[in-house]
Write a protein that binds this ligand. Structure first.
Ligand code: ADP
Length: 641
């Protein structure tokens, strides 16, 4: 095939521009990215070889790095899986991640700020970082099992060329033409051996393949006795020195691993540019052995709530990577956890399906979850402020864990909520400690936003009693309270459901009696209103929860909440159309008016209008719209004139 010119996909070009003009001082990380890619390519080949004998050769898998100071080039080479022509175009012409559109728009918005750096980290754009230090990049690659090779070349200016090429054996060679040295801007001499050695050691020490650096030494020719010959031309001796220790970091004793080493490893597997928030090492011995190294990132990725978000831990069998993302090792509500699990006891040739069924995988998962939750528990105990940082990023995901029956009890104490009486976030345990004498439940209100719930009429009776109410405004909360029905000795109760009786037993009894009496007094009027609104509500009754507002809507004790109903409907699930109950405030002056109207003429058409107004008001107070907004507006205007 002939040479062809291609344009970068726009988001890739944006990224490239960002790299070319990067003011990021830590430019040396481009080498980490290239070595990291090479290591991934070797992992992939090693994995393919497990099942494809034709790919097996005697050649040792390795990475080689060399520089040419005169030509100002730096080369990173691997004999890994390589890429086909199509793969090169795809992988090095676009950003190989889902959600690129969002990325592009976010990047635009963040172009001038530090956030750009962070965003780049989140998307894992390793290869393009070469352009921070190079003005031209050439890649020659040959896919294992294929004959021809492909050459990719770009000077970063919007296009890249693709051509056929020659390459002995499979693998990839990336050659950078380095920009001039400019130490002030972080461009040190990347052809200097000591500098390359330092960078590789610093960032890629854990790479499980040898990273060999080309070194040169001059030597005088020697005579038979091994003595240097005077006056002879010195010879240049080329040597390849392995720079990295190659020790899988998770096999090392955590005592001997520095925080920086863990951080570099984390960045490698998570494609993150920031150090992890928390590192968790795990080791199981005995009948069934495994080790795990887990990380909690500092920041939630942009796609944390995407439906098709990929997650999982890397699974190794005896240091051979067999799966990049194994979803059986962590539940989806810990999908932000990154890391590796290595067990010498699992079989190398095991299929996905078999792994899923494997008892041992299940056991590891359980342990992983426990360990993460234990870590969070300790963090909360020792450093609440730091924990709340975590909560700010991943709290909404952790709440999903409260619906996991196996871990619910461990997750519950880790949850934080906003509440009606506290400025700061609170736990359920702290709520219980603040409960008023006689209070027999943990009360919450659900809604779409903090503003909507804060001013809800449902809160009135609770506020009057000084009872605290938790504000649940995340979509997941509706589902969570379906599972977390009690905490400690107390049930969780919605302020928008059933009757509310607050206070001591005597107070409750007195309130109930008073209400029953009033209810009897207004019986006919309430029934009349109920009939008029029969299409919308199942009952009209006097309220136990209103002190200032005139009306509100409440659900039956066991009804679905409107929020949950809406969610189910959005998910296209068959949902019953639950009617709610309209509650009127018996002490509101409006009651007197209504009663007088009804007493004068039980069939006065005004009663129908008033019923609609009452119902509409109740909906508006929840942030919803009356069923016929235009009519509602007309009725209100009518009242005003
Ligand atoms: P990332 O490594 O985060 O996926 P990169 O931009 O660094 O992103 O690389 C894009 C893709 O190009 C990789 O996912 C991989 O498929 C391919 N690639 C990069 N370097 C190599 C290499 N040395 N060998 C084989 N494939 C590579």
């Amino acid at each position: 095939m002939a040479a062809e010119a291609y344009e970068f996909k726009s988001e890739a070009q944006q990224l490239l521009d960002l790299m070319i003009h990067s003011i990021y001082s830590n430019k040396e990380i481009f080498l980490r990215e290239l070595v990291s890619n090479a290591s991934d390519a070797l992992d992939k080949l090693r994995f393919e070889r497990l099942t494809d004998e034709s790919l097996r050769t005697d050649a040792a898998l390795k990475i080689r790095v060399w520089a040419d100071a005169e030509a100002r080039t730096l080369t990173v080479e691997d004999n890994g899986i390589g890429m086909s022509r199509d793969e090169v175009i795809q992988n090095l012409g676009t950003i190989a991640h889902s959600g690129t559109k969002q990325f592009a728009s976010k990047l635009k918005a963040a172009q001038d700020s530090d956030n750009a750096e962070r965003l780049i980290g989140q998307f894992g754009v390793g290869f393009y970082s070469s352009f921070m230090v190079a003005d031209e990049v050439t890649v020659v690659t040959r896919k294992a099992g294929e004959e021809g090779a492909t050459r990719w070349h770009s000077a970063g200016g919007g296009t890249f060329d693709i051509d056929t090429a020659e390459r002995e054996g499979h693998g990839t060679t990336v050659t950078l033409h380095l920009r001039p040295v400019d130490e002030e801007n972080g461009l040190v001499d990347f052809t200097a051996e000591w500098s390359l050695r330092g960078i590789i050691k610093k960032y890629n020490d854990f790479v499980t393949y040898p990273v060999e650096l080309r070194t040169e030494r001059t030597e005088l020719e020697r005579d038979d006795e091994g003595k240097p010959i005077e006056g002879a031309e010195p010879n240049t001796v080329v040597e390849w020195t392995v720079v990295n220790s190659q020790k899988a970091i998770w096999t090392r004793d955590p005592k001997d691993v520095s925080e920086e080493e863990y951080a570099e490893f984390y960045k490698h597997i998570a494609h993150d540019w920031e150090a992890p928030f928390e590192t968790i090492a795990l080791k199981a011995e005995g009948l069934f052995e495994y080790r795990a190294l887990l990380f909690i990132p500092q920041r939630a990725p942009f796609d944390l709530f995407y439906r098709d978000q990929k997650y999982g831990l890397q699974l190794y069998v005896n240091k051979v990577l067999i799966e990049e993302r194994n979803e059986d090792l962590v539940p989806d509500w810990l999908r932000f956890v990154k890391g590796v699990v290595d067990s010498p006891d699992l079989s190398l040739n095991v299929s996905r399906e078999m792994l899923q069924q494997d008892r041992r995988v299940k056991a590891i998962r359980k342990k992983v979850v426990r360990k993460v939750l234990d870590t969070l528990e300790t963090l909360l105990k020792d450093d609440r402020e730091k924990y709340l940082k975590f909560w700010g990023q991943f709290g909404r995901v952790l709440k999903e864990g409260a619906t996991d029956r196996d871990f619910q009890a461990k997750v519950e104490p880790l949850l934080f909520f906003q509440s009606s009486t506290q400025d700061e976030l609170t736990t359920l345990g702290e709520y219980v400690e603040r409960m008023k004498p006689g209070q027999d439940a943990i009360f919450y209100i659900t809604g779409e936003s903090l503003d909507a719930v804060k001013s809800s009429p449902h809160l009135e009776a609770f506020a009057a009693k000084g009872y605290e109410v938790l504000y649940l405004t995340d979509p997941i909360d509706e589902i969570m309270v379906g599972h977390v029905t009690e905490f400690g000795d107390f049930p969780l109760k919605s302020v928008g459901k059933g009757e509310v009786e607050l206070g001591t037993d005597e107070e409750k009894k007195a309130a109930e009696e008073a209400r029953e009496q009033k209810q009897a007094e207004h019986k006919d009027l309430l029934e009349k209103l109920g009939n008029l609104l029969a299409d919308h509500v199942k009952e009209v009754r006097l309220s136990s929860r209103l002190t200032t507002s005139a009306v509100c809507l409440v659900g039956g004790e066991h009804d679905l909440s409107p929020g949950l109903e809406k969610m189910l409907r959005q998910a296209n699930q068959a949902t019953p159309d639950t009617k709610r109950i309209l509650e009127l405030n018996g002490d509101h002056p409006l009651m007197g008016k209504l009663k007088a109207l009804y007493a004068a003429d039980g069939d006065d058409p005004k009663l129908g209008d008033y019923a609609k107004l009452l119902y509409g008001q109740a909906l508006i107070a929840e942030g919803a719209a009356p069923p016929e907004p235009a009519e509602f507006a007309r009725l209100v205007a009518g009242l005003m004139v």
